[in-house]
Write a new protein. Structure first.
Length: 75
């Protein structure tokens, strides 16, 4: 497998992340991404398929949550 394609890293349950962008689903930190764009893209896909869940991107460096808004599916 190519080095360019990487699976998001899993987080430790007993530690708050200190860097990167973490996808938060229903208040639980799930997956870490290197860039905000990658995390927002993953969050948007989830929100599109499951509109009732709460999705946000946590900036671990600044400790700020950015909510992911739902985007309606286009037919």
């Amino acid at each position: 497998m190519s080095q360019d394609i990487r699976k998001p890293e899993n987080l430790r349950a007993n530690q708050m992340p200190t860097d990167g962008f973490i996808l938060s689903i229903d208040g639980k930190l799930k997956a870490r991404y290197e860039t905000s764009e990658e995390a927002m893209s993953a969050g948007s896909k989830l929100k599109q398929n499951f509109p009732l869940i709460q999705v946000a991107v946590f900036n671990a460096t600044e400790r700020i949550y950015t909510p992911v808004e739902s985007v309606e599916k286009r037919s």
